[in-house]
Design a protein around this ligand. Structure first.
Ligand code: AMP
Length: 395
């Protein structure tokens, strides 16, 4: 696999697909700069070699050209983070873009306007990709968040750089971290899956059963398993039509020698609210009118015990409604257990939108081995799929 270090960018223009799809507030200010920070090492490597960087990204889901989705709003933030004045051009293809690139000097950075102002981007249009390809000597993909999409700038463009294409440092780290969990993992391997629904994680579960020793199932999705096993789940979130599926998964796990850990007790609430009355109950016996919104104390001890023995840990999905303070304890204790195991030498990977939000909110981000930046892309890799953006660089 060719990486950025195989290239010297002296006097070269690197055309870098970054993921600057950052959240903006109503004043169009960037509220979370994680994705820009994450792209910095790749951009700086190009500049330090003595080359220049042409950055392309999408922002939001514009329908045609929409002012509020213009990347010009984030130029100041990128400039501050990179410490280099970023130039901007109001189109990502065509004469203006080509002229701006031609004028770009070594050590300079140019940001192109939102790729998705052109519907050809998402359509994976070959002509559009070819137009983009004129804007650099070497193509670098550093956008893990869109690596599962066969868009013009993430996949189709790579064919115009048969020799001169590379993963960026961020994308390379994402791939290596997932490989460490899925292929080169040290045993025992534990996967923790939480979140609201079994249905959205089913393919992930089926794929990782071949790779893990322990599977912890927590959060909203556990109730489908508990009910399928004959438990009473009250008003808890539950996918009745997935009960047979849940039983099939437990059977598959048993056949493969995977130990499945379900919650033992829950914090049950009389309404879906931070002001609700709560009680700790046996997860198989949740009273009518009550719903389980967080893992109970016995569950937390049990999950932590499994995690403490693990050498490789994968975490996707919270084990409670952590957005409400009253129901955050289970997710915090789980994060603490993973942080402790990591300090003891385990490799831990956290990924998927909500667990990433949780590790950041509760301050675990630097206490785990790796926090993945791409929710959907990571889930597809866990499902065992080949991502088109990765494949386009490899082949
Ligand atoms: P997902 O997007 O499937 O990973 O689900 C994440 C969401 O699951 C978070 O917003 C959590 O609040 C929610 N969640 C976790 N546990 C529960 C639960 N016991 N009941 C309802 N929602 C839950």
């Amino acid at each position: 696999m060719k990486t950025l270090d195989d290239f010297n960018f002296k006097d070269k223009k690197a055309l870098i697909r970054v993921d600057f799809n950052v959240p903006l507030n109503e004043n169009l200010e960037v509220t979370d700069t994680t994705r820009i920070q994450a792209a910095k090492p790749t951009i700086m490597k190009v500049l330090e070699d003595g080359g220049s960087a042409v950055l392309m990204s999408h922002l939001g889901r514009p329908k045609g050209v929409e002012e509020k989705y213009s990347l010009k709003h984030i130029v100041k933030t990128i400039t501050n983070i990179l410490g280099v004045q970023v130039k901007f051009v109001e189109n990502c293809v065509g004469d203006a873009a080509e002229k701006a690139v031609a004028e770009l000097q070594n050590g300079e950075i140019l940001l192109l306007e939102n790729l998705r102002f052109h519907p050809e981007e998402k359509a994976g249009d070959k002509k559009f990709a070819e137009q983009l390809s004129k804007l650099g000597d070497i193509y670098v993909n550093d956008a893990f968040g869109t690596a599962h999409r066969a868009h013009a700038s993430t996949t189709v463009i790579a064919q115009f750089f048969p020799e001169n294409k590379s993963f960026g440092l961020l994308l390379a780290r994402e791939i290596e971290s997932l490989k460490k969990v899925l292929e080169e993992s040290e045993k025992p391997v534990t996967a923790i899956l939480g979140g609201s629904k079994v249905s959205s994680k089913i393919t992930v579960i089926e794929n990782i059963l071949d790779k893990v020793d322990h599977l912890i199932i927590g959060g909203g999705m556990s109730f489908t398993f508990i009910k399928a096993l004959g438990g009473k789940v009250g008003n808890s979130i539950c996918e009745d039509d997935k009960q047979q599926l849940a039983l099939d998964i437990l059977k598959q796990a048993e056949d493969k020698g995977v130990k499945v850990h379900l919650p033992i007790d829950v914090i049950a609430a009389d309404s879906f609210s931070n002001d609700a009355n709560t009680q700790i109950v046996d997860i198989k016996n949740i009273p009518d009118g009550w719903e389980g919104l967080d893992a109970g104390p016995k569950t937390n001890i049990g999950f932590s015990f499994v995690i403490a023995q693990s050498k490789t840990i994968l975490w996707n999905g919270p084990v409670g409604v952590f957005e409400m303070e009253k129901f955050a304890k289970g997710t915090i204790e789980l994060g603490n257990a993973i942080a402790d195991a990591t300090a003891d030498g385990a490799f831990s990977l956290v990924g998927g939108g909500d667990s990433v939000a949780a590790v950041k909110q509760f301050g675990f981000a630097d206490k785990v081995s790796y926090v993945s930046t791409g929710g959907g892309a990571m889930l597809e890799m866990l499902e065992g799929k080949t991502l088109p953006g990765i494949d386009a660089i490899l082949n």
